[in-house]
Design a protein around this ligand. Structure first.
Ligand SMILES: [Zn+2]
Length: 267
């Protein structure tokens, strides 16, 4: 064995794997800071296919289908910074506390993730250290910098949800997800309902909690930032045209909300 083999055991990403963090528009001037925890569906090469057939790795269990296109266009249109994560949530879910059982899921919807079975504590910590931690540290440092520079910051966590979960059809086109911050979600709900053609979820299909979420509680609520999560139904943003349409709609709505927040002295 080569002398460095021991240290290699705990290495997850190597020089051929892409870094976990994707960033766009770092110099964006908007108060909106977008995150996308489930942006990508990559798997580090050392983990193979996690024991899953290829068709499972393109399903919603692996990532938030369609959200990457929406997030990138929205960030460009609003001149806002976007921080996203390249690796599949089946490797480690970047919107779960690492202590949660679902952080590295052994079961997702009805699919067993064989590559996550009987995972050693060390292997779990390696995933955290190489994917979860750098992503959240990146967001933390951006917020530190913005607060230091007195830049107004509104955190919006972008997600998408599957139209059918465990056999149950979901009626909403879009939902807001919030918990402690009561500034942004009511404005967003009002604006989305005023569109007239949308079924809008109020904390649907999920509500934010400290047990089931990480980005909003840790980077939004604990830092005192105005924040919300947004969930868009995946069949609406499955192709480029849908992604463009939803990004444009959200850019218009969030642009109006920015004006309202400034007028109210909130940012
Ligand atoms: Zn998500």
């Amino acid at each position: 064995m080569a002398p460095d083999d021991t240290s290699n055991i705990s290495r997850l990403l190597d020089h051929e794997d892409v870094p976990p963090v994707f960033e766009q528009n770092a110099a964006g001037r908007s108060p909106f800071l977008f995150t996308s925890d489930h942006y990508g569906r990559l798997i580090p090469r050392t983990l193979g296919d996690l024991g899953l057939p290829a068709d499972e790795l393109t399903r919603h269990i692996a990532w938030d289908i369609g959200i990457a296109g929406v997030a990138e266009t929205l960030s460009r249109q609003l001149d806002a910074r976007l921080v996203a994560q390249h690796y599949s949530r089946l490797v480690i879910d970047c919107n779960r506390p690492p202590t949660a059982a679902s952080s590295i899921p052994r079961l997702s919807e009805a699919t067993m993730i064989l590559g996550n079975e009987a995972l050693s504590r060390e292997a779990a910590e390696t995933r955290r250290r190489e994917i979860f931690d750098p992503y959240h540290q990146w967001i933390r440092e951006i917020i530190d910098e913005r607060l230091r520079e007195g830049k107004p910051t509104v955190l919006v966590a972008l997600h998408s949800f599957t139209p059918v979960y465990a056999g149950v059809r979901r009626p909403w086109h879009i939902g807001t997800l919030y918990h402690r911050d009561m500034t942004l979600a009511p404005l967003l709900l009002k604006a989305l309902r005023a569109e007239g053609d949308l079924v809008v979820g109020n904390n649907e299909p999920y509500a934010v909690s400290d047990e089931t979420d990480y980005t909003i509680p840790v980077h939004g609520e604990a830092r005192g930032l105005i924040n919300t999560g947004i969930e868009i139904r995946q069949d609406l943003i499955a192709d480029g045209a849908g992604q463009q349409q939803w990004a444009e709609r959200l850019a218009r709505i969030l642009g109006e909300i920015e004006i309202a927040l400034r007028a109210a002295g909130k940012i």
